[in-house]
Design a protein around this ligand. Structure first.
Ligand SMILES: Cc1cc2nc3c(=O)[nH]c(=O)nc-3n(C[C@H](O)[C@H](O)[C@H](O)COP(=O)(O)OP(=O)(O)OC[C@H]3O[C@@H](n4cnc5c(N)ncnc54)[C@H](O)[C@@H]3O)c2cc1C
Length: 247
């Protein structure tokens, strides 16, 4: 049986009508940037829990999760109704291997996310580790429409703090776009658009890539990276690509 603790919402951010962040207070165990906890609510007499990545850095408070409303999903539409002062449940033990401790050294770190999967990468980027371990850090955020590009202020702050080391690449896949990459992440790896946009080569000699988000992107991006000689990273078999699947 999981042990649940109470989480109290202190603030909500509505990025758009179906894209939300909740800031909350809860007694969580220490976590590493990139890990997730389980959030839950009692629905029709049953506690429904789902994993959500932490967006705050481990030493930052309040805690924060970022999610979209999945129509017909049992939990996300209800979580999305919570207001400051209201409560949900959390399993305080963090989980997950999408952390910098799990990856080998490389010159360049590429963090490529679809949708709300930008969250764990922001947590990582708010810590000191990526900036001391890697020469260059790329954050790619792929969304359907421009109004899904969440956390522009956090990204701007990262740009200002690390002007020579940080590159942010937005991808818009479902509306005409300008100044962003107008392709999915895998297609932009195949076409060379991602390398062109960043001015960095994506090679097994220089790069470690962390992918997070939907399974279509993960599978296709891995296939594109494999064509470049990169392999999936596992603890026992070090490689160049780490992944976490949201759905
Ligand atoms: C390790 C891990 C970490 C996760 N972290 C996050 C997070 O930080 N933010 C976040 O938004 N989600 C995250 N998810 C997904 C999240 O746990 C829920 O599945 C999601 O919020 C939907 O919950 P639900 O109960 O409403 O629907 P579910 O019953 O979980 O899912 C209903 C259907 O929607 C699909 N689905 C799940 N998530 C999405 C999505 N985001 N967009 C479209 N379809 C989806 C499922 O595959 C399923 O077919 C994570 C999942 C995993 C495995």
């Amino acid at each position: 049986m999981s042990e649940w603790v109470e989480a109290r919402v202190v603030e909500r951010i509505d990025w758009n009508e179906a894209l939300i962040s909740l800031r909350f207070e809860a007694e969580l165990d220490p976590f590493s940037a990139g890990q997730f906890i389980r959030a839950g609510m009692d629905i029709d007499g049953e506690r429904i829990g789902r994993p959500y990545s932490m967006v705050n850095a481990p030493d930052e408070r309040p805690h924060e999760i970022h999610f979209n409303v999945v129509q017909d999903g049992p939990l996300s539409p209800r979580l999305a109704q919570l207001r400051p002062g209201e409560r949900f449940w959390a399993v305080p033990t963090p989980n997950g291997f999408l952390t910098l401790d799990e990856i080998p050294d490389a010159r360049h770190l590429w963090l490529l996310a679809t949708g709300t999967a930008i969250g764990p990468f922001l947590s990582i980027l708010k810590t000191a580790a990526p900036w001391s371990r890697f020469e260059q850090v790329v954050l790619g955020h792929s969304v359907r429409t421009r109004d899904d590009l969440s956390y522009p202020d956090t990204i701007q702050e990262l740009r200002q703090r690390h002007p020579a080391q940080f590159r942010f690449v937005p991808f818009i896949t479902r509306e005409p776009c300008d100044g962003q990459i107008c392709q999915r992440i895998p297609a932009s790896i195949e076409s060379g658009a991602l390398e062109q946009m960043t001015g960095l080569a994506l090679t097994p000699e220089t790069a470690h890539v962390m992918l997070c988000g939907n399974s279509g992107m993960l599978q296709d991006a891995l296939a594109s990276l494999e064509k470049r000689g990169m392999t999936r990273h596992r603890r026992r078999e070090p490689g160049h690509v780490s992944m976490e699947k949201y759905h």
